[in-house]
Design a protein around this ligand. Structure first.
Ligand SMILES: N[C@@H](CCC(=O)N[C@@H](CS)C(=O)NCC(=O)O)C(=O)O
Length: 210
C-alpha cells in the first residue's frame, strides 16, 4: 500500500515557518519539513519559486497537493482544527481576526524590506537609512500591540489562541526580545506564558535556540 501523503512544510530556521510548525504540532498533524532557504550565502530550494512566486517561506503543501502561502492563512487554517485556538465569543473573535491580520500585514511584512533593502533601493546609504526607519516602524507597531492587547494572561484574555502562537514567533525578530522586555512589559509577560507551553517551547528551541 502506498504511504499516506503528509503535509509538507517548506521553511527555514528562525522564520515564519516556526509558527506553522508549532500549529501543526499543536494539532497533532504529521508533516515533513524541507529546509527551503539558506541565508548566507542566500540560496532558495529549487522548488520554492515554483510553489510561491514570491520565493518566500513558509509554504505548506497539503496531502492533495494544494499549496498554501502566507503564514497567517496557514495559522488560521490549522487553528480551525485545534479546539480553543480561535475564540468562540463574538467580541474576542472580532479581536482575533483584527490582530491576526495586523501582525503579518504590518510587522512580518516589514522583513521583506528590512532583510533585502537592495531589492528596493540602489543607493547603499539610502538602504541603511531605510533599515533604520523600518526598525523604528517595527517598534511603533509593537507599542500599538502593547497598548491594545489584553495580555490577561494571553493576548486576548484567559485562553491561549493562535494569535499567541503567532506573537511568540514574531517577537523573536527585530526589534528583539531585549527591546520588547524594556518597552512592552505586558506583552512580553504574555509571550513568555505562551512559550511555557511544551510544544511552543520545543519549536522555539529548535528555531531560535530557546
Ligand atoms: N507574507 C509572508 C512573508 C514571508 C516572509 O517574509 N518570509 C521570509 C523569511 S522569514 C522569506 O522567505 N524571505 C526570503 C525572500 O524574501 O527572499 C508570510 O506571512 O508568510
Amino acid at each position: 500500500m502506498p504511504a499516506r501523503r503528509k503535509i509538507k512544510l517548506y521553511g527555514a530556521p528562525g522564520c515564519g515557518s516556526a509558527v506553522v510548525e508549532a500549529m501543526l504540532e499543536l494539532a497533532g498533524i504529521e508533516y515533513s519539513y524541507v529546509k527551503a532557504l539558506n541565508w548566507r550565502p542566500y540560496k532558495r530550494h529549487k522548488d520554492l519559486l515554483k510553489l510561491n512566486p514570491l520565493g518566500q517561506v513558509p509554504v505548506m503543501v497539503l496531502p492533495d497537493g494544494t499549496v498554501m502561502t502566507e503564514s497567517a492563512a496557514m495559522v488560521m487554517y490549522l487553528a480551525e482544527r485545534i479546539p480553543g485556538m480561535i475564540p468562540t465569543d463574538d467580541a474576542s473573535r472580532a479581536a482575533f481576526y483584527r490582530w491576526m491580520h495586523f501582525v503579518p500585514a504590518n510587522i512580518y511584512s516589514v522583513f521583506a524590506f528590512r532583510d533585502f533593502p537592495e531589492r528596493w533601493l540602489d543607493d547603499a546609504s539610502a538602504q541603511s537609512a531605510f533599515r533604520d526607519k523600518l526598525t523604528e516602524r517595527l517598534r511603533e507597531y509593537w507599542l500599538i500591540l502593547e497598548a491594545n492587547l489584553a495580555c490577561k494572561p494571553y493576548a486576548l484574555g484567559k485562553q491561549m489562541t493562535a494569535l499567541d502562537v503567532y506573537l511568540a514567533m514574531v517577537s523573536r525578530l527585530t526589534p528583539g526580545r531585549k527591546w520588547l522586555a524594556e518597552n512592552c512589559p505586558r506583552l512580553i509577560k504574555s509571550v513568555k506564558k505562551t512559550e511555557a507551553h511544551p510544544v511552543i517551547a520545543t519549536v522555539s528551541e529548535r528555531n531560535f535556540g530557546g
